[in-house]
Design a protein around this ligand. Sequence first.
Ligand code: UGA
Length: 436
Amino acid sequence: MRIAMIGTGYVGLVSGACFSDFGHSVVCVDKDAGKIDRLHQNIMPIYEPGLDTLVASNVKAGRLSFTTDLAEGVKDADAVFIAVGTPSRRGDGHADLSYVYAAAEEIAAALTKPAVIVTKSTVPVGTGDEVERIIARIAPDKGITVVSNPEFLREGAAIEDFKRPDRVVVGVEDEASAEVMREIYRPLSLNQAAPVLFVGRRTSELIKYAANAFLAVKITFINEIADLCEQVGADVQQVARGIGMDNRIGPKFLHAGPGYGGSCFPKDTLALMKTAADNDTPVRIVEATVQVNDARKRAMGRKVIKAMGGDVRDKKIALLGLTFKPNTDDMRDAPSISIVQALEDAGAKVHAYDPEGEEQARPLLPNVTFCTGPYEAAEGADALVIVTEWDEFRALDLKRMKTILNQPLLVDLRNIYPPQLARDAGLEIVSVGKPA
Ligand code: UGA
């Protein structure tokens, strides 16, 4: 199959690289000439484990190429994927679809033969219908159809998620398009037996939002249970294990922590709320989740201050991990931003280390001192706070930490250390959802 991928952000680049790895011929298109230039030099615009080698090998094999010229990129395509951004619109939380519609117009004008336009961007229910109207206006006789195919990959595990998904969701309204999509995903369903679920286009669009909102609810639920655990002397990790063994609940996304962040859950929950409100069907559980999660991120700063005795003026605090989760350099809506703000507002000096996030973090956290490693950050600090669970923080030399910290306090917001292990090393530890 000949595939064009419009947009080389997270979803576009990973999907394009993976499709080419399946043997399809893929052209990735982006308006940003600098980005395309760098991709030609195999410099990735994002940090994603394994992506550079995957791109390099498929470029070398002649299956993957990059261009800024949309018309050239799409002209022979069997399928054109739209994977441009859908940020929250300022003011009302609705997804901003201007990039999607602009792409649809350009594609419709450029296509020279029948093709399927596939929205991979996360788009509200009804966007496919609007794209169809755009095409009917610009290119009514070219035989172009519109399909929804949402993406469920996670940053940091994107290639694995793409190649071994739990399912692929395809929203189609006609059999010919379904056949093209079957062909595109055939390598995946053959090797890994990943089910490809065919549904209506609107259903497919809603599945994406419902999935992300449900996961956000699940995380927020266990976070509230964690707070309760602290009050009643229970252990949230054991509660999560105990409930997760029930197949109806499942063990995943039950890790209590400082609240969810990232480019998807915050944006998609807001957009779902907006769609629901517009249709007079409020999603109150999602509304509560958004409120609870926002409050939680702020509360985490207060948790650190409380652990330090309530007064952090002129204290030095070492923060490990700033990105919204490990294996990414993404700082969007990261809990660390609220935590740093709360600590600095209370007069503390924050020294931080993140394996990949420093460049994105610097402009957001202008008063933070950035360090080159966990021990440098901890030197002389009055508390060591783990905010993001990068693997390299999982086996810190806690005895060494005890000797270099000014106060032997570890605040573990990701529960990566069994409290006894820290205590054995002479550290006082405050975890999330554990008995004091
Ligand atoms: C999320 C979804 O997991 C993907 O399926 C989806 O495709 C993607 O959004 C998207 O819409 O593009 P992502 O935002 O990359 O992926 O990251 P997650 O691994 O889902 O983590 C999101 C946040 O939840 C992180 O801040 C993480 O620390 C937090 N989290 C996750 C928890 O606090 N506890 C958990 O148990 C799991």
